[in-house]
Design a protein around this ligand. Structure first.
Ligand code: B12
Ligand code: SF4
Length: 503
């Protein structure tokens, strides 16, 4: 059957994975990319988003391609966008629409309450989507398809999930050609991939806190591709796209050290393109840093929730003892660009915790400190803690689950306390400011008022780039160049939309 994916802002691995799988099964796949201008949670401007909306071009595309199935991969904050697009399609043509991805997986019944959605797929989508496409093509029944949710006789039914795919090598590589004209300019010819599925950790604000229990009894949750399979994909990527860098999206690349040692050896020998990856503090030691360095890892992201030694971590992130500081120092000593990722607004987190983080970055500077404000996504384990602590109300939970209303991500709408806002800004500069200045500001709440309370991330980008230029020279000035590239890509999208001629 002809299958159309509708893609929102980012080129996602999920759609590339599903496209490759359906193509191998003999279906014809196409994609419609909506840059969703001004609709991103980082800079939403509703009036402009409406002006630049891509509903009409999408409907034209649907009429032209005449799909037998339209697919959306939905994260919570894009749920309303996806519904709007689905509604536009339904108003113009009679074609079945399926929503898959993390949001429908978490709350399938809530998603199916919307009439514009015909089916949901919960969990891993390959098998269920192929079964659905096959059933629609042959006119066969859909009601027995594992992982599928649908409406039947006035009620919603969600079938049990099939076992997880244990042999990831059996899957085709992501279909990078699908949106190569988008990801190459948008990401600066950076190739995205992943070597595993699942995660060994269960941080309470993350999807794995509810996905892993939901999959209990369905096979091992954290699965890794063989080194040979990952390297073969990257060698092919090098040949085909000659990427500037590779971004490995695994939640933690170094879990099995033996696997990573083999990967690093093979990568250095056969790929050797600079790469970015996520590491967890407890996986970092002299040996793993040497392997990262040897295999040409230039940027490492590391998740930090609280500073080392803090008691009781409501985020339940992986172990945080002295390993965080040590990991930061080892990575920096190896001349790897270190990005420290922090979560603010956790229930029970205090201004004192942010002060601890600032002290951490004074003593153990990093290249970039990112601070994201917690958002409650449907079914994450932290919701129970937050409800019990009165940090959110049952009505807010209902709105998140039913309508995908999660609030903003980068603006501290959850943190209303001015001191916390100022501290969060100071933390983002703690690695760049002279330590005495930071210590002076930190020592007294009256001095802290010199730090603005509004988010300063644009200023931070300028500082971070200047700092990187000093540390690494010209070869790595990642942020401004990235922002300029993104801005020019989106301007091109906007112009194309302005001059779009309706069919
Ligand atoms: C890598 C990643 C990213 C990368 C994506 C890079 C890329 N080119 O793909 C980047 C950094 C860009 C990113 C951005 C964002 N991300 Co992100 N990301 C992830 C991560 C770590 C892995 C996702 C992935 O690609 N997995 C590999 C693919 C193959 O698997 P999959 O996504 O699980 O898809 C399978 C099934 O879900 C299903 N499926 C998925 N879509 C569909 C569609 C159909 C029709 C069907 C049938 C099935 C189906 O089938 C797929 C194959 O089995 C997940 C956490 C996780 N481990 O899942 C978070 C995660 C998805 N991200 C999250 C968030 C919040 C975001 C952002 C909204 C952040 C932001 N404000 O910018 C954006 C949104 C981007 C977008 N348009 O989707 C949240 C979503 C939570 C929620 N409930 O919405 C997650 C779950 C992390 C978390 N906090 O728990 N992300
Ligand atoms: S380590 Fe990262 S991906 Fe894994 S559970 Fe924690 S936040 Fe989620």
């Amino acid at each position: 059957v002809r299958v159309l994916f509708v893609e929102h802002i980012q080129v996602t691995l999920a759609i590339e994975a599903l496209s490759a799988y359906l193509t191998r099964e003999g279906h014809r796949v196409d994609v419609f990319f909506d840059p969703a201008l001004f609709a991103d949670s980082l800079a939403p401007i509703p009036a402009l988003a409406e002006l630049f909306n891509h509903r009409r071009p999408l409907v034209d595309h649907v009429k032209r391609f005449a799909p037998g199935l339209v697919c959306f991969s939905v994260v919570t904050e894009h749920f309303q966008w996806a519904l709007g697009m689905a509604r536009a399609i339904k108003a113009a043509c009679d074609v079945p629409i399926v929503f898959g991805g993390i949001h429908p997986t978490a709350v399938p019944v809530d998603v199916l309450a919307y009439p514009e959605v015909d089916y949901v797929v919960v969990g891993e989508g390959e098998g269920a989507l192929a079964d659905l496409a096959h059933a629609l093509e042959t006119g066969g029944p859909v009601d027995g398809i594992a992982n599928l949710g649908f409406r039947a006789e006035g009620a919603v039914r969600v079938n049990p999930m099939r076992p997880l795919i244990t042999d990831l090598d059996s899957l085709p590589w992501p279909d990078k050609d699908l949106l190569v004209h988008v990801w190459r300019p948008l990401y600066g010819n950076r190739y995205h991939t992943t070597a595993s599925r699942g995660c060994p950790h269960r941080c309470s604000y993350c999807c794995h806190s509810f996905l892993a229990p939901a999959y209990r009894g369905k096979g091992p949750y954290h699965r890794v591709r063989s080194v040979a399979n990952v390297i073969a994909e990257l060698v092919e990527a090098k040949r085909r796209y000659n990427p500037r860098s590779i971004l490995i999206h695994d939640n933690a690349l170094i879990v099995d050290r033996k696997w990573f040692a083999a990967f690093a050896e093979a990568y250095a020998a056969e790929v050797n393109i600079p790469y970015f990856c996520w590491v967890s503090p407890d996986s970092i030691n002299e040996e793993t840093v040497a392997l990262l360095k040897k295999s040409n890892c230039t940027n490492a992201w590391i998740g930090v929730t609280r500073s080392p030694g803090s008691a009781g971590d409501p985020g339940r992130r992986a172990r945080f003892d002295g390993s965080v500081a040590r990991a930061l120092d080892l990575l920096r000593a190896a001349n790897i660009y270190v990005v420290a990722d922090n979560v603010y607004g956790l229930p029970g987190q205090t201004a004192g915790d942010i002060r601890d983080l600032i002290r951490l970055y004074i003593d153990h500077p990093v290249d970039l400190t990112i601070a994201f404000f917690l958002r409650y996504y449907p079914k994450i384990a932290l919701i129970d803690t937050a409800l019990a602590a009165g940090a959110i109300t049952p009505e807010q939970v209902r709105n998140i689950e039913r309508h995908g209303l999660t609030g903003t991500f980068i603006l501290p709408d959850i943190v209303t306390d001015d001191t916390a806002r100022r501290l969060s800004n100071l933390m983002q500069f703690a690695s760049y400011l002279p330590r005495r200045v930071t210590q002076w500001l930190l020592a007294d709440d009256r001095r802290l008022r010199l730090v603005p309370r509004r988010p300063l991330w644009i200023v931070q980008v300028l500082f971070a780039d200047a700092y990187a230029r000093l540390r690494f020279g010209k070869r790595r000035i990642p942020l401004i160049a990235g922002l300029v590239r993104t801005a020019s890509s989106y301007t091109a999208f906007a112009l194309r939309r302005v001059f779009y001629r309706f069919k």
